[in-house]
Design a protein. Sequence first.
Lengths: 905, 148
Amino acid sequence: MEKSLFRYIWTHSRRDQLIVCAVVLASLPFYFMSLDLPRQIVNQAIQGEAFREGNPTAPFLHLTYDWPVWLGGGTLEIFEGFQVTRIGLLMGLSLLFLFFVVVNGAFKYWINVEKGILGERMLRRMRFDLFSMVLRFTPEALRTVKSSETATIIKDEVEPIGGFIGDAFITPIFLGTQAITALLFIMVQNVWLGLIALAVIAIQFIIIPRLRRELLRLGRQRQLASRQLAGRIAEVLDGIEVVHVHNAYNWERAEIGHRLFDLFTVRLKIYNRKFFVKSLNNFLAQLTPFFFYAVGGYFALRGTLDIGQLVAVIAAYRELPPPLKELIDWDQQRLDVQVKYDQVTQHFAEERLGPMVEARQDEEEDTPLVGPLVGEGIRVAGPHGDMIIEGGAFAVDLPASVALISNGGTAASMMARIVARRTTEFSGQLRIGDRDLLQLPHAVAGRRIAYAGVDPILFPGSIRDNLIYGLRSKPLGKVVESKRDMDRRIAEALRTGNPLESISDQWVDYKRIGAKDENDLDRILIDLLERIGMGDTIYLLGLAGWIDPARDSALAGRLVEARQRLRETFRSNGMSDLVEPFDPERYNSQATIAENLLFGVPISDEFKGRQLAENAQFRSAIRRAGLTDGLVRMGLQIAETMTEIFEGLPPGHSLFEQFSFIGAEELPEYQKILRRYARGEGHLRREDRTRLLALPLAYVEARHRLGLLDDGMTDRIVGARGLVREVLEKADPEGVEFYDPEKICAAAPLRDNLLFGRVSYQVANARARVAQAVATVIRELDLLEDVQRIGLDYDVGTAGRLLSPQERASVNLVRCLVKRPDILVVDGALAPFDEARGQQLMQLLLQFFQQQSLFMVLPNDRQAGAFDVQMRFRDGQIIIDNTAHPPLGRAKPGPEAERITGEVA
Amino acid sequence: MTLETEVQSLRQVPMFRDVDPARLKLLAFTSERVQFAGGQRFFSQGDPSDAAYVILDGRASVLLHTPGGDIQVAELGSSALVGEMGILSDTPRSATIMATEPTTALRIDKRVFLELLAQFPQMSLAIMRELAKRLERTNAQLVAQSSA
């Protein structure tokens, strides 16, 4: 980025700045006309100067132009005007005034909008430029760059810069011309007074910036301090577990408090100084009239200046301060913004950035990475100056499987990172065939080299999104979008230096991995996950996932079929008691009372959990159904039992969370309610009844066994379903999705949709047996793949936290495998697995990579025999051993195998 | 059958005889009532110990796995507590328990049980007393056997 903000602005918005400037200048005559018109209205129309010689009419819109003397003088009459009466002139001039008011307003509107758009565009460009630089941070710089600080910079710190950009050139020009005009006017009236005004202005322009220098330094401090505050807050949040574990709350609180105090001190200094400068400025502005009165009055008394002139000068001076003040404000803003800009550019200093990522890739260079991999004079220094590898040299014929055997130090891992191009902190040469591995274009390296490190980095989104992340190097197909939208999007992108690609285009490179379409890709992903041992997880995630029957109606139909088949299976195998199905006519004793009342799944939050009891519509429905009293009585019984049996458990005990209807912190509240009730039912308040009502809604007779439900009550609840549905549907048609035996319920997970009922709490081992039956039916109806595809939709959460470490590692590996790299570097990616699984996965990877190269960091020699080549590190040297007979019967690829590799890649 | 009747059944178990009624209610509430069909196993020998059971209704036999097949060593009826040793000593199941007829039992989850013990010393004491009594009985049996 340019060092100077103004150069940056000028380079990227020259054209727009000039256009707005031109319009500003063009608007000036109109502005002056509107200033002049009131005088004309008063003098000519109202006081009647135009009619002084007894003329009944005067010309209106009489346009003339006086030629300057050096062109010979004379007057050119452009338009002789309309002859109008006094009233006519008044009306005409007034309307003209109105016209100029409108024109000035229009100019102002246009200029403001254009300035705003200009600023927004530049803001977009700047943010994008900065983000592009984020992608270019070198691995070394990334060790010191804090993500949250960078985010604050791009989001917050450049915001005021964007706001300033619209004013960067236009304001000084506009205000400057105004100020100069006024100053010239004074000069023409009296040179001395003009010089005095000029002198005071000069003082203002010299002293004020000097005073502001300190202000700038403080501003810089403030910016850094607030940025670090944002960084610190993010750090605490990221490491919150350590804070909890070590009870460091007080320390962190004090730490942040201290930072806030420092920030406050800096801000206070800024505040004081700012207003001191402001008042000094005001004083200087008032000093000039003092000179005018004193000096001008002296001249007037001496007779060298007439009174009229003095009054005119003072009047003109009154016009001078506003633009001057604004100009000084603008200057202040300029310095402010320049400081911010400098801080931003420092964060993105050139030395922290790697080379520009080339957008276009060289197709001819893109050939498989095979042939001799030769390293020469490789030197890697450790963080404390020790040499990890010194003068290392090796040669390996690729494709091959290479075990990088750790010597307990970091050498093996460093070597893996070098091969995967993950570090530039080494010297020496690494060539593959006749190409320098480090000089390979990013596009080629990105598709042909994969690296799976210790830390499986996942982005929020579905498992599928994460798996295909490596297949999205460029858009391959266009999605049809409306011409107008596309033109607008592309035009804006061009104006702001943003990319032209749309994210809705088809980015996934299906051909590269041999897939025909989306479904085929899913099949490949599932197959890989299956082989890596995550098939069951994906299946389970699929069962817990949701389907959209509107989008996939065929699948919805088959699931309803599976639901019926499952029911038949239960019936024929004597398993009917395992699942109690949802029946519109019967009470489901394995489900909560709320579920029995709704007979559906709440979508909107107001119908979920306890909120349901607070919902006015729902309450009115159960009141009309005559259920309220019964439910409140049940609530009382539950409250009584809970307060009895959970008393004495410390708050926060896990049994509370797991079993109690009432949270520990609510217990005293309910005890109060019970005491009020003991004094008589009339003492219960309205909100007491609501709170009591909430309790039985979560009650499941079969599970909680408090014996609260009799047949009469269950019948009444079933009878109320129609009424509840009617009322809730009227209140919010999207609030609850009601069960229908013939339809898929989109709000319920797939598993519930298949069962369409609740698994019995009473039958031993029911859950496992039901799960087995479900799995059998899914296999029989050939639904397994569909279920797993739904599993691929599972959201992995922030940094994949919703997955287990093993699952995260699996996703990370499959993400590498799916792009079929020529070289896969595995550096600790198998760490989360136990030894047996790790070994299995290693064998699997070796099988996968029979035709390609696999580099794997191993902790010791034990499994190294399975690899073609063993690379050891001793005293900074690299030692290569070749396995004589590769155990997997790996055939060195002949020309034919190479051809296949080429096709695949 | 409701929570109250389960509490009555728990009271019949020697180990829980001295435990406070409110605690027994909590124990019952945090347990699950499950039904076993005749021939269905509570658990098998060698399984990890994850729960103890109190038979509320029905009968179950205790089977030991031998090279010659499973042999029945005991039969359990109402109010019998089974599987508690495994969850206390954290060892795998030492025998197989199989329902001989449709049987209802209260399943006490290991984690919940241990938490209750940790929380209420009075409960732990009652358990210890019962274990001590058992040890005493075993000693007495040993003495009787060796003297016989």
